[in-house]
Design a protein around this ligand. Structure first.
Ligand code: COA
Ligand code: AMP
Length: 640
């Protein structure tokens, strides 16, 4: 395998030129970017349609994503460069791992997986916290062509069980616990319960024992990670097709069942490698930090794959923006590791702002290495933007993307041409994204007119080609409303300069503290309570977390239950079934729910009423009087 990490040269130098070329000559544009990847077999087909009639990139290319992330750097003489810094205030650890160490470790873990019978195309679920072993587990799967599916530690057993049944993993890699500030969350009981609930049973569980909570291993099924790893023989990278899946990452859709977003190897490697340079302006030797969790797409793309593809040092932080130990934690990490480009969700800054409104703790640290502050995961609200701008002497760049895309749809392309930032905007579409704003009839809207944000096909590399095991859902959810255009599920507008303002979801997806959840997921659990006849869960505005869910309940006839008791029971039920990250704390009883004549609950109208935003009651409403009745109930509960 070979390849180099030079910066691509094109004649285009301004953002406008680069963007224009990416749309007029997409194949030439991405073929050029593909040259930055050490292919095993370089692609000759750049853009093609697959058997599902979906556009695919680099179909006849072959590569290995672990090779791109680790081996190539070692082979090019950068083995002693630091690949990963593990910074864990919750365990008082800071550890550095070189590219050679990461490669050797990953090769051994990959060998261990092979010895368990895991081969190309098998699924491995990873249910692990923010420890270096999680990144190693992901890369080890990639090394042997297995498909990983990481499940975020904050999800409850029922959610994990759904993912086990949908992806049918041969092996689950887990850790004995996660640490949430000062709480030790034992994972083994959660995992055992999930395996119990699931119809599919994995053949093995490889358990990383953490001293904070040791797991009791089940003989025959469970293996102790350390012993297993020591006995394993290192293995080489297995070639895979560019279009073979690298991972499945489940995300929330509009129903209670999560969607398995599939990411392929080739397009992902090319797009992420490109984004590191073109968006984040980092390359070999630069320190890059995304303060997210490996359980989310940000963690996949920008804690693990992107920075390693580009030869950077990535920081894996097991802590919080506050309480580990204080609101200066991020400044400490930025200073200590000399981070150049930093990426975090705005909710984290809101949490810091609440505890340290004048950002006094920053004075204790030298963060002069920082050149860019990136935010995503939810809209960067103007007050947080202004707070950051007042305290940081670097560009504050909001960029917008989704699990489905794997990298930014819109950004301020710092590595091409840094443009003016506007509060509330994620700037302009990144190269390859042909973005349009459409009205309900599919007509394109003009400047400052809000509508559905869609992308004209073909989408650039890394975009998902299907939903795992359910291609029909892929077509129905994303491509049926406006044929030829990908429905992002977000609404917004472009201003007179073309700047994009993403204003929020137009469907029933919520964004709670940077975590994507569906109202349907919580509704299913609430509706299961014996007293509840019907319910609607709405994501309402919250100053710190962006949105939080709230339940509106209709009780069964004859049920007599104290409202506070019912709410407490429902809160526990949601914690147990969805997970604590749902932040479900409020449930109120209403007399009726506003619906259309066909029975669809008017969730958007209810949300806008509670958020005190302008709303339009559709003419199809069953009984307009219900709106006034609902408002009275909300006033009684102090919600209006
Ligand atoms: N495992 C187990 N439990 C978890 C968890 C995990 N990985 N993550 C969160 N939880 C728990 C929390 O401990 C909390 O439990 P509690 O109700 O018993 O106190 C609950 O879930 C709610 O968590 P959260 O909403 O995250 O609140 P928080 O106060 O713990 O933290 C923030 C608030 C803003 C610091 C945190 O949400 C955050 O960093 N968000 C950024 C998310 C992100 O990076 N998203 C990716 C997109 S860029
Ligand atoms: P996820 O798939 O978990 O990354 O969540 C994607 C969703 O988060 C998007 O569809 C948006 O609703 C929201 N989102 C992410 N980044 C931004 C951003 N920069 N501005 C506005 N919304 C965002």
């Amino acid at each position: 395998m070979g390849g180099s990490l030079g910066i691509t040269t094109t004649n285009a130098t301004s953002y406008a030129q680069v963007y224009q070329r990416s749309l007029t000559e997409p194949e030439a544009f991405w073929a050029e970017q593909a040259k930055q990847i050490p292919w095993i077999k370089a692609p000759t087909k750049i853009l093609d349609k697959d058997q599902n009639d979906v556009w695919r990139w680099f179909a006849d290319g072959e590569l290995n994503s672990c090779y791109v992330a680790l081996d190539q750097h070692v082979e090019q003489g950068r083995g002693d460069h630091i690949a990963l810094i593990y910074d864990s205030p919750v365990t008082n650890t800071v550890a550095h791992y070189s590219y050679s160490e990461m490669r050797d470790w990953t090769a051994r873990v990959a060998g261990g997986l092979q010895e368990l019978g895991v081969t190309k195309g098998d699924v491995v679920i990873i249910y692990m916290p923010m420890v270096p072993e999680t990144a190693v587990a992901m890369l080890a799967c990639a090394r042997i062509g297995a498909i990983h599916s990481v499940v975020f530690g904050g999800f409850a057993p029922r959610e994990l069980a759904m993912r086990i049944d949908d992806s049918a993993p041969k092996v689950i890699m887990a850790a004995s616990c996660g640490i949430e500030v000062d709480k030790v969350i034992a994972y083994q009981p959660l995992l055992n319960e999930a395996i119990e609930i699931a119809a599919h049973k994995p053949e093995h569980v490889v358990m990383l024992q953490r001293p904070q909570a040791l797991a009791t291993l089940q003989s025959g099924r469970d293996l102790d990670w350390q012993t297993w790893q020591q006995q394993a023989k290192p293995v080489d990278c297995v070639p895979v097709a560019a279009t073979d899946p690298l991972y499945i990452l489940y995300t929330s859709g509009t129903t209670g069942k999560p969607k398995g977003i599939v990411r392929d190897n080739g397009g992902h490697a090319v797009a992420l490698r490109y984004s590191m340079q073109a968006i984040y302006n980092v390359g070999v030797g630069d320190v890059y930090w995304a303060a997210s969790d490996v359980g989310w797409v940000v963690g996949h793309s920008y804690i693990v794959y992107g920075p390693l593809f580009a030869g950077c040092t990535t920081v894996l932080f097991e802590g919080k923006p506050v309480r580990t130990p204080d609101a200066g934690a991020f400044w400490r990490v930025l200073a200590e590791h000399k981070v150049k480009s930093f990426f975090v969700a705005p909710t984290a800054f809101r949490a810091m702002k609440k505890e340290d409104p004048d950002c006094k703790l920053l004075a204790d640290y030298d963060i002069s290495n920082l050149e860019y502050q990136f935010v995503a995961g939810e809209r960067l609200d103007p007050p947080t933007y202004h707070w950051l701008k007042a305290h940081l002497d670097v560009p504050i760049i909001d960029h917008w993307w989704q699990t489905e895309t794997g990298w930014s749809i819109c950004a301020n392309m710092a590595g091409i041409e840094l443009l003016e930032c506007k509060a509330g905007s994620c700037t302009l579409p990144a190269p390859g994204w042909d973005l349009r704003i459409l009205d309900e009839a599919g007509q394109e809207l003009g400047p400052n007119q809000e509508g559905a944000i869609v992308i004209k096909e073909p989408m650039p590399p890394s975009s998902f080609p299907t939903v795992w095991g359910d291609h029909g859902r892929y077509m129905d959810s994303y491509w049926s409303q406006y044929p030829g255009f990908y429905l992002t599920g977000d609404g917004g507008y472009r201003d007179e300069d073309g700047y994009v303002f993403v204003m929020g979801r137009t469907d029933d997806v919520m964004n709670v503290a940077g975590h994507r959840l569906s109202t349907g997921q919580i509704e299913e659990v609430v509706a299961d309570h014996g007293a509840v006849a019907e319910c609607a869960v709405i994501g309402i505005a919250d100053q710190e977390k962006g949105q939080v869910p709230m339940g509106l309940l209709l009780l069964k006839d004859g049920v007599n239950i104290d409202a506070a008791t019912l709410q407490a029971e429902l809160v526990q039920l949601v914690r147990k079934s969805v997970g604590p990250i749902a932040n479900f704390k409020t449930a109120i009883v209403v007399k009726r729910l506003p619906k259309t004549r066909s029975g669809k609950i008017l969730r958007q109208v209810i949300r806008k009423i509670i958020d005190q935003q302008p709303y339009t009651v559709p003419s199809t409403i069953d009984d307009p009087l219900i709106i006034d009745e609902l408002k009275e109930t909300l006033i009684e509960h102090g919600l209006l």
